[in-house]
Design a protein around this ligand. Structure first.
Ligand code: CIZ
Length: 312
């Protein structure tokens, strides 16, 4: 799908852009969701900010006809799976997730054929079609629990080999990894964390499980983005080194004005997350596109994998 773009009539400096989005949102009866990795100004206009599953569940419970998902494609697809009768807009259709794109439904079928009979645990960072081919979904927060819930000593874990390696260190089950990874988390290096820790020896290191295992081993806590929000709020520590996509720092700083958050490197920016801008949010509400469309049978099968996770 390609976006046909009109000349930008509303540059972001224009003061009433935020008001115009709010007016349009009311007129469309829309809810705006922003993932924790979105640009600060996009997070600030959202009705809800959070991780992808949390947002999709909030949208499903909201009385809105339209869901604007400021995030990447698999996240907007999850919202559509949970709210199939609503219009779901992804303000930039090119906002994909390189990790999710590392496995297609065909590649998963081939992986399953190499390991017949083993259940598939799919991280939420997968397309609807891949979820539809999986036995159960997991988030980074509940991956260990989902693996342990499988009625098998061995499981196929897709697509993130880093999260899978971390899970393997926490369970006695045999995890067969798929070789996917998140390029943004891979750019956070051990040297970055060591240097930051030398500069701020009191700081607590919190790492996302999409980081490489050598970074995870340096961490005081390993958390999903929502877990990081809870952990830092509840901690007595005053300084934190946050090893994940840097968009989360905006919310961490807003929620904890008396605490200090350090970003360990300059390269931990997801270019896809940053494709969503205020202008694109406005345009998507104005034009009511680009919409997320998923075949009904794919929605039904993908929902089973998500519902399986929610049941556990
Ligand atoms: O599902 C999400 O939101 C992702 C990808 C990460 C997280 O930890 O929130």
């Amino acid at each position: 799908m390609s976006v046909e773009r009109r000349p930008p009539c509303l540059p972001s400096q224009e003061p009433d852009l935020v008001d115009r989005i709010a007016d349009l949102k009311r007129a469309r009866n829309a809810v705006i969701l922003a993932h924790n990795y979105q640009l600060p100004e996009v997070q600030d206009i959202a009705d809800f900010t959070g991780d992808s599953l949390e947002l999709s569940r909030k949208a499903a419970g909201a009385e809105a006809d339209v869901i604007v998902f400021c995030g990447v494609r698999f996240m907007a697809e999850t919202a559509k799976i949970l709210s199939p009768n609503r219009v779901v807009l992804l303000p930039d259709p090119r906002a994909g997730c390189p990790l999710a794109d590392m496995i297609t439904a065909d590649q998963l079928r081939a992986f399953k054929a190499q390991h017949p009979g083993l259940p598939v645990v799919a991280y939420v960072n997968t397309s609807a079609e891949v979820k539809a081919e999986s036995d159960i979904c997991c988030t980074s927060a509940n991956a260990v629990r989902m693996v342990e819930a499988m009625d098998s000593d061995s499981v196929l874990f897709i697509p993130d080999k880093c999260l899978g390696t971390y899970v393997a260190s926490k369970t006695s089950k045999r995890i067969i990894l798929y070789p996917g990874y998140c390029p943004t988390h891979h750019r956070i290096l051990v040297e970055d964390v060591v240097r930051e820790k030398q500069e701020h020896p009191e700081a607590v290191v919190v790492a996302h499980p999409e980081c490489t295992m050598d970074v995870i081993e340096l961490a005081d806590a390993v958390e999903s983005t929502s877990g990081m929000l809870r952990y830092t709020r509840g901690s007595d520590a005053k300084e934190f080194i946050i090893c994940t996509e840097r968009g989360l720092l905006h919310r961490l700083r807003k929620d904890n004005p008396a605490k200090v958050f350090y970003n360990p490197c300059r390269l931990n920016i997801c270019p896809n997350m940053k494709k969503i801008t205020l202008e694109k949010v406005f345009w998507s509400l104005e034009d009511m596109r680009p919409t997320i469309e998923i075949a009904p049978d794919v929605i039904e099968r993908a929902k089973k994998a998500i519902d399986g996770m929610l049941a556990v």
